[in-house]
Design a protein around this ligand. Structure first.
Ligand SMILES: Nc1ncnc2c1ncn2[C@@H]1O[C@H](COP(=O)(O)OP(=O)(O)O)[C@@H](O)[C@H]1O
Ligand SMILES: [Mg+2]
Length: 339
């Protein structure tokens, strides 16, 4: 379908403003800016004009670009402001106040989904299965509720990308729990949450849409190649260490042979979760599928990575959407929401 050529403001962190092309970048730098480059290339390929705007802790460059260049839409790749990942929602609020169309999730969905305890409290009300959990705020003694049995997994309440998650995150007694909570407080500098550890397969489900979310086929993080004693979880290393991933054959593939009931249940479940948490735009949800076939919600990631070859793009490809097609879809959604 032919589309209108648009002025697209590419909003990202100042350190990630994409260079004109990948040429001449060393490996490390290429991986840093891959998403920004992929999106810019796709937008240009689609015939749009692209103005990258990088922010750190001052909105002035954004305000100026909005007022002077008058973009039709902002492609939002910003994940932090003033070094705070939880401020991403506030920048989106600014876009709302400026009345400009933007890709990705609205501020309310970003805030509700970010908090790994708050999101689970809301979903519990809606009778959606989530791990039991307890929150351990900073500067408070660690006292485990008796109804929360081991093993537990200890995480940051709000950090992303498996920050602070290693094999030692799984704890089997109160001493180890207190130690790991303290680690999160001191190293990630956030409150901690300890969750019932859900054994099983790790599934990610992408969805895109405005009022009705279009749910993509589930993908699975394959961890079979890890050493037998290593827990099957997405640690920091599993997610980001390329050499480690290659060594152990870690990969994300379309989920095969899901139990019939689970495959049928997922699209409806994902839409319900999006409604409950107010998520729109695009999202990737993390689930664990227990061997007994029970599916547990772990977290929702609004504004997930949209890199070429990433989880969302892989799932979109499985329903016949090209990468450019996916990027155009995100623009279309942004503009439709604005109307
Ligand atoms: N309750 C849980 N049971 C089993 N594994 C978990 C649980 N919570 C987290 N994990 C593992 O840790 C990974 C990261 O946790 P997640 O809550 O998704 O945080 P992040 O925002 O860092 O991705 C998950 O992908 C999963 O492998
Ligand atoms: Mg996750």
């Amino acid at each position: 379908m032919p589309h209108r050529k648009l002025r697209v403001l590419l909003l990202c962190h100042e350190s990630l403003v994409p260079p004109p092309s990948a040429e001449g970048l060393d490996d490390a730098r290429y991986w840093e800016v891959k998403t920004e480059l992929d999106v810019k290339d796709a937008l240009e390929e689609l015939g749009h004009r692209v103005l990258p705007v990088g922010l750190v802790d001052d909105l002035t460059p954004l305000r100026k670009a909005l007022d002077e260049w008058r973009p039709h839409v902002v492609f939002n790749l910003l994940e932090e402001f003033h070094h705070e990942v939880v401020y991403d929602a506030h920048v989106v609020s600014y876009l709302v106040l400026k009345g400009v169309a933007y890709t990705g999730c609205n501020p309310r969905g970003l805030i509700l989904a970010r908090d790994k305890a708050l999101s689970k409290k809301i979903l519990t009300y809606h009778r959606i299965a989530v791990p039991r959990f307890a929150v351990f705020p900073m500067r408070r003694a660690v006292r485990r509720p008796r109804a929360l049995p081991f093993p537990l997994i200890v995480k940051s309440l709000v950090a992303e990308g498996s920050e602070g998650i290693a094999q030692a995150s799984i704890v089997h007694d109160d001493d180890a729990l207190a130690e790991r909570v303290d680690f999160i407080h001191r190293r990630v500098l956030t409150d901690a949450v300890a969750e019932e550890f859900i054994e099983g397969r790790e599934l990610y489900v992408g969805a895109m849409g405005v009022r009705r979310m279009n749910v993509l086929p589930p993908v699975e993080l394959v961890l079979d190649g890890l050493p037998p004693d290593a827990p099957r979880i997405a640690t920091r290393k599993v997610k980001w260490d390329d050499a480690y991933r290659q060594k152990h054959g870690i990969d994300v593939v379309l989920a095969q042979a899901l139990p019939e009931g689970v495959a049928r249940q997922i699209p409806k479940l994902v839409r319900r979760i999006c409604r409950a948490l107010g998520i729109d735009g695009h999202v990737r949800m993390d689930f664990r599928l227990r061997p007994d076939g029970k599916l547990f919600f772990l977290e929702a990631n609004p504004n997930p990575d949209v890199a070429w070859g990433g989880e969302l793009a892989t799932a979109a490809e499985a329903i016949g959407m090209t990468y450019e097609g996916m990027i155009q879809k995100l623009l279309d959604q942004a503009i439709r929401r604005q109307r």
